[in-house]
Design a protein around this ligand. Structure first.
Ligand code: SF4
Length: 99
């Protein structure tokens, strides 16, 4: 059975996660998407995965259940650096290139 977290729980976990998202961006030399709706949506997706799967898996991908393969999609994921360099943003548009 798939857990369907309540909206309030997602928002609560998202609020706990949010500061670390900005810290990661700072550390990596990236920015958090200035579009707050997009950033919030990605952060809430991370919160949902944290509640359901226990880890902050990428909100734009469905964990396969293969622990090794899924490690690549713990946020920030394996592809984030290259995607931000080449496209200017990560797959989920959470992190962007610093202007
Ligand atoms: S694409 Fe990568 S960096 Fe962006 S939200 Fe998903 S896991 Fe995080």
């Amino acid at each position: 059975m798939t857990i369907k977290p309540a909206r309030e729980e997602i928002l609560e976990v998202a609020a706990q996660i949010r500061p670390s998202i900005f810290k990661i961006a700072e550390k990596k030399g990236w920015a958090v998407n200035e579009n707050k709706d997009i950033a919030d949506s990605a952060i809430e997706g991370l919160a949902r995965n944290k509640i359901i799967h226990g880890k902050r898996f990428c909100p734009c991908r469905i964990p396969s259940g293969d622990e090794e393969a899924d490690k690549n999609y713990l946020c920030p994921c394996r592809d984030a650096l290259a995607d931000i360099e080449t496209a200017g943003h990560c797959h989920c548009y959470l992190y962007t290139k610093k202007q």
